[in-house]
Design a protein around this ligand. Structure first.
Ligand code: ZN
Length: 204
């Protein structure tokens, strides 16, 4: 579990934390946990998310267990700079959907003495590094990789497997469209879905 480092009051120095992993790995839950603890300590907390994420209405980040907090939708990462001025802790959810300038923005906020916590998918469903996440990982002080559990073999799941074929990257995931998979089961692709289907037919 991530515990906040002890930071001296002066000189005031900010830092960047990244929480990344596959779908259903608990990224947003972990982001919410950290932000709630900061709120309880009376720190001024604000949360941003890209406006592309319209799953649950405009101003809430909602993790899959419905543990939600208010977030502000922004259309590009540079908007965060103007809005974050009077806050100490800056949360960023679904960071993979932001533009590539996000790592620059996060570094500027950290330089201003703020704690920046960004959560996002490290890989898209094709297994490629996702948007600004690789460069955020390079410039951040603390990285937490969270994992789901592979439903086929019980190993740690690192990949998000898309069960329906459609080449649209910005399709937001719910359980019926994606499943987490370990590296090995991800490489087997559709074969495992077909196997599951035939097993279900046999048991009927
Ligand atoms: Zn597996």
């Amino acid at each position: 579990m991530f515990l906040e480092p002890y930071m001296p009051q002066e000189p005031k120095c900010g830092w960047i934390e990244i929480i990344c992993g596959s779908m259903f790995s608990g990224k947003t839950e972990e982001l919410i946990r950290r932000l709630k603890r900061a709120t309880i300590a009376n720190q001024k907390v604000i949360i941003f998310k890209p406006v592309v994420d319209t799953r649950y209405g405009d101003d809430a980040i909602v993790s899959h267990d419905r543990n939600s907090i208010q977030a502000i939708g922004v259309s590009k990462s540079s908007e965060i700079l103007g809005l974050a001025d009077s806050f100490e802790v800056i949360g960023i959810d679904e960071a993979q959907f932001f533009d590539l300038e996000l790592s620059e923005v996060a570094q500027r906020l950290a330089l201003e003495g703020k704690r920046v916590i960004a959560a996002g998918l490290d890989m898209d469903y094709l297994g490629n590094p996702f948007g600004p996440i690789p460069s955020l990982l390079a410039v951040s002080e603390y990285i937490t990789k969270v994992h789901a559990i592979c439903p086929h073999c019980g190993s740690l799941a690192t990949h998000s497997y898309r069960k329906e074929k459609e080449n649209v990257l910005v399709l937001l995931g719910e359980k019926d469209l994606y499943e987490p998979r370990c590296r090995s089961c991800y490489s087997k692709g559709e074969e495992l879905l077909l196997k599951k289907e035939s097993e279900l037919e046999e048991s009927e």
